[in-house]
Design a protein around this ligand. Structure first.
Ligand SMILES: *[C@@H]1O[C@H](CO)[C@@H](O)[C@H](O)[C@H]1NC(C)=O
Ligand SMILES: *[C@@H]1O[C@H](CO)[C@@H](O)[C@H](O)[C@H]1NC(C)=O
Ligand SMILES: *[C@@H]1O[C@H](CO)[C@@H](O)[C@H](O)[C@H]1NC(C)=O
Ligand SMILES: *[C@@H]1O[C@H](CO)[C@@H](O)[C@H](O)[C@H]1NC(C)=O
Ligand SMILES: *[C@@H]1O[C@H](CO)[C@@H](O)[C@H](O)[C@H]1NC(C)=O
Ligand SMILES: CC(=O)N[C@H]1CO[C@H](CO)[C@@H](O)[C@@H]1O
Ligand SMILES: [Ca+2]
Ligand SMILES: [Ca+2]
Length: 378
């Protein structure tokens, strides 16, 4: 009994000593105070929006991680023996096994970005600043420049995902997706015989045809990317298709057109919310709500027949389906609200370096206090 408790005391003492001897080092490491954390979460749904990393290097690390996760999920959800015959497979015969060492390379990613010698946030911002400050180059980053930057990062991300998705559908590996190669998602097949499956949704043939800009019956990467992200497309056929979809969705009395009631109880809210995000007009008391909706309806109803047709929706289709540009601008506005300390509408390099957490917030660990970190960077 006595010996046992002495043993316990000695053990406790040793642990305390060990802790004390480590703690200076621990404090030293704590100089950074917060750990940067890459996101590994993603959804398979192409519709869901996800904000993009500010720093292309971080985006790349996240992308690698996401690819690995995607690969795992894909192998898990599909039946490789049915859908990916070995001859078609660009991996070796045992892909899950073979990719293991690669995956382990990226297990280091968080250590990498938390190692100041390798990933020094200040020097990253020094490096990136001139790439943002381009329109014009004046030592200031404007909201427009930051929006364009965010948009470029987002577009690169989106295209990468489309490529990945395309690899899945392009069964004969000719670099194009034909309509027959494009299988509906498995949950649609499972939802089987009711009309819900093939009649509705973004996979239908009309959507496919509208995406096929050159009308050759096949979608190349650009066209396939547009297919997945019609609101970001420059293809007018897709914008028309989106308008038709919108009418179909809102047309509750099934007369093929949208009347004021249908407009007011669906579309108008979307347009108004969109506008409120951008400008802040604060008149949304319930009694006066009807009037701006009637004004907008009258403006859109070009032929004045009291209904909106698909063509008449074109001017607002971008507001009904917010594009990457919309999110890029929203993200830029958030960054400005946090980092434009003197509120002159420009970011200087100093403002950026002094507020690094705004640019790297997606990967900062949320549990810790942002302002501690901020102070230490001064
Ligand atoms: C995704 O995020 C949620 C909460 O943010 C977390 O609980 C979950 O474990 C994450 N999943 C993965 C695969 O990282
Ligand atoms: C990070 O980079 C800045 C500028 O390049 C430099 O002044 C600073 O010492 C670096 N910090 C570390 C911990 O290396
Ligand atoms: C149609 O749906 C019903 C109920 O969901 C199911 O029992 C039936 O097997 C389905 N028919 C076909 C042909 O899939
Ligand atoms: C799509 O285009 C093909 C020809 O490329 C045509 O056969 C098909 O009927 C079209 N489908 C729809 C729904 O427009
Ligand atoms: C795909 O085809 C379109 C024409 O429909 C063309 O403008 C675009 O450059 C092509 N994209 C690729 C990646 O080849
Ligand atoms: C509700 C709201 O945020 N209103 C603001 C809109 O913007 C002006 C300045 O442009 C502010 O003064 C308001 O407080
Ligand atoms: Ca084509
Ligand atoms: Ca400023």
């Amino acid at each position: 009994m006595g010996r046992a408790s002495i043993f316990v005391y000695i053990t406790v003492a040793l642990v305390v000593l060990l802790f004390l001897s480590l703690s200076p080092k621990h404090n030293h490491l704590n100089h950074r105070h917060r750990r940067l954390k890459l996101r590994s979460n993603f959804t398979l749904s192409p519709a869901r929006h996800h904000s993009v990393a500010f720093d292309p290097l971080v985006a790349e690390l996240e992308r690698h991680r996401e690819d690995k996760e995607w690969e795992k999920q894909h192998i898990h959800h599909s039946h490789p023996e049915l859908e990916r015959p070995p001859a078609d497979n660009h991996h070796d015969s045992a892909p899950a096994h073979e990719s293991q060492p690669e995956w382990e390379d990226f297990m280091d990613a968080e250590d990498f970005i938390n190692d100041e010698d390798k990933f020094n946030v200040t020097s990253r911002l020094l490096l990136l600043f001139p790439k943002l400050d381009v329109d014009p180059t004046d030592s200031f980053v404007s909201l427009h420049e930051l929006t364009q930057w965010n948009l470029q990062q987002a577009q690169r991300e989106v295209l990468h995902r489309s490529q990945r998705e395309m690899d899945l559908h392009d069964k004969n590996r000719d670099g194009f997706v034909s309509f027959s190669e494009y299988d509906p998602p498995s949950w649609v097949q499972n939802a089987d015989n009711d009309s819900f499956g093939y009649d509705m949704g973004w996979w239908k043939q009309e959507h496919f045809n509208a995406s096929d800009a050159d009308g050759d019956g096949l979608l190349n990467l650009t066209e396939f990317n547009d297919f997945l992200h019609p609101a970001d497309s420059k293809n007018p056929k897709l914008h028309q298709w989106l308008c038709k979809e919108e009418i179909r969705e809102r047309d509750s009395d099934r007369d093929g057109k949208v009347n004021f009631k249908e407009f007011f109880h669906g579309l108008f809210d979307l347009v108004r919310n969109y506008d409120e995000e951008n400008h802040n007009d604060s008149h949304h008391s319930d009694d006066s709500m009807d009037a701006p909706a009637r004004v907008l309806f009258a403006q859109l109803d070009k032929d004045g027949d009291g209904f909106l047709s698909d063509v008449e929706l074109l001017p607002i289709i971008g507001k009904l389906h917010p594009s990457e540009h919309y999110y890029a601008k929203q993200q830029a506005e958030y960054i400005f609200s946090q980092a434009d300390v003197d509120k002159d509408g420009h970011l200087t390099l100093t403002e950026m370096i002094e507020n690094p957490y705004v640019f790297y917030s997606a990967i900062f660990n949320d549990d810790e206090d942002e302002y501690d970190y901020h102070d230490e960077f001064r």
